[in-house]
Design a protein around this ligand. Structure first.
Ligand code: 5GP
Length: 201
C-alpha cells in the first residue's frame, strides 16, 4: 500500500492517472467524500459522493480504514476495495491528505508515504488558480492548509518534485518499484532460501 499526498494543485491527480495508465501493477483506491462533485466527476469513479449522514454511518460501521476532515469536508478510504486489491498483489495507491496518511502509517507501518511538491510556491498558486475548479475563497483555504502541511513533510518517506510531469511519473514509479526489493519486504523468500540452502550442509 502506498500513499501519495501533496498540496492542493501540485498535480497529484495527473501523476496518479499517468501511473495507472502507463503501468499495470497499480490500483487506485476510490475514496468516499462529503464534498460536492466537480464538473465531470462521476460517483464511484472519482469518489463515492456521500451525505454527512451516510459518511457518519460508514465511520460507525467501520467501513473506512481512515478518514479525515479537509477544509470543509470529510474524506475517507473504504476498506473492502483496498483489501481486495492488495490480495490480488497490486500496489494500491491512496491519494489522500496528510492526517489520513499518518493514520495509515500508524496502522500499517510498511505503507510507503510519498509527498509531491511543486518546484516553488508561485508555481503552486498558479496551478491552483489555473485549474479553475475552486472559488477564490476555497483556494485561499487550501493554500493556508498547505502552509500547515509543510510542517509534516518530514514524516514522509520520499519527496517527489513535480516540475516536469513525465519525469515525475518515472521517478515515482522507480521509487515504488525499488521498495519491492527491500530485504525486510522479502522476509518470506529469504526464509525459504535459508531452509533450502541447508541441503548443502
Ligand atoms: P479534493 O477535494 O481536491 O478532491 O481533495 C482534497 C484533499 O483530500 C486532497 O489532498 C486529497 O488527496 C484528499 N483526500 C482524497 N480522498 C481522501 C481520503 O480518502 N482520505 C483522506 N484522508 N484524504 C483524502
Amino acid at each position: 500500500m502506498l500513499v501519495i499526498s501533496g498540496f492542493a494543485g501540485t498535480g497529484k491527480g495527473t501523476l496518479v492517472s499517468a501511473l495507472l495508465e502507463k503501468y499495470d501493477n497499480y490500483a487506485l483506491s476510490v475514496s468516499a467524500t462529503t464534498r460536492s462533485p466537480r464538473q465531470g466527476e462521476k460517483d464511484g469513479v472519482h469518489y463515492f459522493f456521500k451525505t454527512r449522514e451516510e459518511f457518519q454511518e460508514m465511520i460507525r460501521s467501520e467501513e473506512l480504514i481512515e478518514y479525515a476532515q479537509y477544509v470543509d469536508n470529510y474524506y475517507g478510504t473504504p476498506r473492502d476495495y483496498v483489501e481486495q486489491k492488495l490480495a490480488e498483489g497490486k500496489d494500491v495507491i491512496l491519494e489522500i491528505e496528510m492526517q489520513g496518511a499518518l493514520k495509515i502509517k500508524e496502522k500499517f507501518p510498511d505503507t510507503l508515504l510519498l509527498f509531491v511538491v511543486p518546484p516553488d510556491a508561485d508555481t503552486l498558486q498558479k496551478r491552483l488558480k489555473g485549474r479553475g475548479t475552486e472559488t477564490p475563497e476555497i483556494i485561499k483555504k487550501r493554500l493556508h492548509r498547505a502552509i500547515e502541511e509543510t510542517e509534516y513533510i518530514f514524516k514522509y518517506d520520499y519527496l517527489v518534485v513535480n516540475d516536469q510531469i513525465d519525469e515525475c511519473v518515472q521517478k515515482t514509479h522507480a521509487i515504488i518499484q525499488s521498495e519491492h526489493f527491500r530485504v525486510q519486504r522479502n522476509e518470506d523468500f529469504v526464509k525459504v532460501l535459508q531452509e533450502d540452502m541447508k541441503k548443502f550442509k
